[in-house]
Design a binder for this molecule. Structure first.
Ligand code: C2E
Ligand code: MG
Ligand code: MG
Length: 366
């Protein structure tokens, strides 16, 4: 540090360094790197080594007319970016950081409002047997959200935000309830009689009252237990495998089956597969999009099918978009498929209409 540099403590573990870099725009970054290098060596206190880490945010005043408050706010935002990126690193403020923050704040606010006003929607995508008689074998409930301009926002955008801001348990609760109610109607009206699969995020699955909630929802709706399936990813076992196993066993005890979603795409290991007593694997669409022409994908699909067969687990291929894929999957021994080739996700009204008229899927399966 030079003699013209100032250090302030903002509060807690937040410090502010004001430094005059003059013409060299890279000087602040080098300066910050120097701080990180200094902190690398442990500090000894009472014969115990302490390692201090730092997340450093930098904002540069490039033009005359210094707005100190704005500079501090910008540096603060860059510092939070550094923290979000794992900490012990440096981030320089950019306008896009504030734009991203504004987007997140507004989106989360609107999502919260939509939950309150019960404006979320569920669409349903059918799964099919790949072999004769090619019957529908299941139904997946997929969340849909229209923003204030009535445009659908992709689940890949709003679900991670909902997870980050603690909204997912409430959303999952609503999805579970709505999916059971809609499936009950499909069964009662004699339109379809399969299990509805509900995507459940890791945090909700880990809640103490999750299985009790599933059970009371099924009783309230009077949906047969075999007509609900829980779909999860490997995130259920990230923190505690034995707890995830207990929850799956408790679901089995009440008669609800469990599928592993996006199999092959995440961090799901074969060790995890050995531990978790699941009923179904859904091969991620990543391996189906170039299947059967891509040799690697073909080998992955075959390997998953072989493992599943030997441990008595069913397999559903996701993202089946062509007849060629459906035929090749059947030839390789896959039992079930889901994808645009058969049907896109549909609103409950459109699904009922399609089932009544027996159209869209019929000829696709022949
Ligand atoms: P997912 O559970 O793996 O769902 C399958 C996704 O693949 C859906 O995307 C579906 O629309 C899409 N898809 C189906 N067939 C095809 C196909 O032939 N080709 C291609 N390219 N895509 C196909 P969607 O609806 O956008 O959902 C994305 C993800 O968001 C879901 O992936 C799931 O992880 C998550 N999600 C959706 N609804 C819920 C929900 O209610 N709760 C939770 N926790 N997550 C949900
Ligand atoms: Mg799914
Ligand atoms: Mg999936």
């Amino acid at each position: 540090m030079g003699t013209s540099d100032l250090v302030f403590r903002l509060g807690g573990d937040e410090f502010l360094i004001a430094s005059i870099a003059r013409r060299d725009r890279n000087a602040p970054r080098r300066f910050a790197q120097g701080i990180l290098n200094l902190l690398k060596s442990p500090l000894e206190l009472n014969q115990i080594d302490f390692v201090v880490r730092a997340s450093i945010g930098i904002s540069l005043c490039l033009e005359p007319g210094l707005d100190v408050e704005q500079l501090v706010n910008d540096a603060d935002l860059a510092m939070y970016q550094a923290k979000a990126n794992g900490g012990n690193c440096i981030r320089v403020y950019r306008l896009s950081m504030r734009e991203q923050l504004d987007f997140v704040t507004k989106t989360v606010h609107r999502l919260r409002k939509s939950i309150e006003l019960k404006q979320l929607e569920l669409h349903y995508q059918l799964q099919f047997e790949l072999c004769p008689p090619y019957r529908p074998s299941g139904l997946e409930a997929l969340l849909r959200w229209r923003d204030h301009e009535n445009n659908y926002i992709a689940p890949e955008i709003f679900i991670p935000l909902a997870e980050e801001h603690g909204l997912m348990p409430e959303i999952n609760k609503w999805v579970l309830s709505r999916a059971c109610e809609d499936n009950k109607v499909l069964i009662s009206e004699g339109l379809l009689d399969v299990a509805v699969a509900v995507n459940i995020c890791g945090r909700f699955f880990a809640q103490d009252d999750f299985v009790a909630l599933v059970s009371t929802t099924l009783s309230r709706v009077a949906l047969p237990v075999s007509r609900l399936e829980v779909e999860v990813t490997e995130t259920i076992a990230i923190h505690d495998v034995s707890r995830a196993v207990d929850t799956i066993i408790a679901l089995h005890d009440i008669g609800v089956e469990v599928a592993i979603d996006d199999f092959g795409a995440g961090y799901f290991s074969l060790k995890l597969l050995k531990s978790l007593p699941v009923d179904r694997l859904k091969i991620d669409k990543l391996f189906i999009s170039d299947f059967p022409n891509n040799a690697f994908d073909k080998a992955v699909v075959q390997a998953v099918l072989n493992i599943a067969k030997s441990v008595g687990v069913q397999v559903v291929a996701e993202g089946v978009e062509t007849l060629e894929q459906a035929n090749a999957l059947r030839e390789q021994g896959c039992q079930f498929g889901q994808g645009y080739w058969y049907s896109k996700p549909l609103s409950i009204d459109d699904l009922k209409e399609a089932l009544k008229n027996n159209h869209i899927f019929g000829q696709r399966c022949l």
